[in-house]
Design a protein. Sequence first.
Length: 171
Amino acid sequence: MDLIIYGLGRWLHIASGVLWIGLLWYFNFVQVPGLKSAGADGTAAGITKHIAPRALELFRWASLSTVFFGALILGKQLPSALLFADRAYYPIGVGAWLGIIMFLNVWGLIWPNQKKILNLYQYAKNPASDEVKNKARRIAFLASRTNTMLSIPMLFFMVASGGIFRRTFFG
């Protein structure tokens, strides 16, 4: 049973991570530059009204599921990894902390500010002012770019951990 939980958890962690980082890179390398061009020819509204909200929903839930399944497969070794209790946990500990910081950026900075920018949920009936939206754009942009930069070492440390999940899950 442990092997099934581990295997399924690992697969879901990787799939969630691919979705999360894929959307992060899509936003930073495709959507943001594309919106500049789309704004020039008047087609940006379609992106911000139909594509961005759906992509942001997937993005934030993928971040949550990635962190959740990562913690699940680390299991009882999670505290050792996060506290760097043993040198064997350094790579996954660093990767886990980077992932947690990125997750907090998504839920604490990017998502709340994107709701203001795109007039989602509570802002649909009472849109934020242009001044509030401009401030929100800057915060969301910086948090998203920070996550993009953190994603590179995070992926490195995730891969550098090798089979530590398997060794610690059954240990």
